[in-house]
Design a protein around this ligand. Structure first.
Ligand code: DGL
Length: 262
């Protein structure tokens, strides 16, 4: 299967891993680091940016499907993309339904970017699927950036992670949260450390569900065709610490790194 994945950085690799674990796949992974962090962009700017990226990516490769491997983008852009492009488009949204279905305390958390927690899309998800839970949401301003740094091998202190996440558990009643939906694809890169810092709380990564959805709605179309090689990561600006990043990407089975502004 030939897929395009799009995120603001390396977060969507958590989705790429889950897809690879499910099916044979070749990918163009677009890391829009010139637009990072998406959590700080207005809806209008983000929609316009993703539109440009998608047109450009579809120009580069003949894909069977497109995965918006980013919650911040998915919560605002999917309808517009689906209206304009004929290929199957799959998004990522916080696993609110899953969290509500397994929480024993009936108090759940949503940890996402500031933009995602403010979106009507999330309010609607909570209303539809977690009506019988008390839901606490927290927009973490710098957690995606910490995940970027940790991915390329920089030292990120546990105290920095805890400072980003602890406000979720601060309101009255939030100490009983037993399940948290991770609403940003960057966060599962830090999952083991987050779980160790908040023992007794489950943190849910929706990537497996996204991979299953890809398998359901995308049909494999044949050999790779495109002007970039398969399993390339295309950055939209020269990335920082390129050597370390390239080594980390190779370990994720993305052997090629390219840079092309949109
Ligand atoms: N990985 C992204 C998400 O899933 C966004 C991080 C950012 O650019 O703020 O929301």
């Amino acid at each position: 299967m030939r897929l395009i994945l799009i995120d603001s950085g390396v977060g969507g690799l958590t989705v790429a891993r889950a897809i690879r674990a499910t099916m044979p796949v070749q990918m163009l992974y677009v890391a829009d680091n010139a637009g990072f962090p998406y959590g700080a962009l207005t809806d209008v700017d983000l929609v316009a940016r993703i539109e440009r990226l998608v047109v450009r990516a579809l120009d580069l490769v003949d894909a069977d499907g497109l995965v918006v491997a980013c919650n911040t983008a998915s919560t605002v852009v999917l309808d517009a993309l689906r209206a304009r492009h004929a290929i199957p488009i799959i998004g990522v949204v916080p696993a609110v339904k899953w969290a509500a279905s397994i929480s024993e305390s009936r108090r759940i958390g949503v940890l996402a970017t500031a933009a995602t927690v403010a979106r009507p899309y999330l309010a609607e998800l909570i209303k539809r699927f977690a009506g019988d839970c008390e839901v606490f949401v927290h927009g973490a301003a710098g957690l995606a950036d910490l995940a970027e740094r940790a991915f390329r091998g920089e030292l990120v202190a546990d105290s920095a992670l805890i400072d980003e996440i602890a406000p979720l558990f601060a309101p009255v009643g939030a100490d009983a949260i037993d399940t948290v939906a991770l609403g940003c694809t960057h966060y599962p890169l830090l999952q083991a450390r987050i779980e160790a810092a908040f023992p007794g709380v489950r943190f849910l990564d929706p990537a497996g569900a996204v991979a299953r959805q890809v398998a359901r709605v995308v049909s494999p179309g044949g050999a790779w065709r495109g002007s970039v090689a398969p399993d390339t990561v295309l950055f939209t600006a020269q990335p920082e610490h390129r050597g370390a990043l390239q080594a980390a990407l190779r370990a994720e089975a993305f052997p090629r790194l390219a840079v092309s502004p949109i």
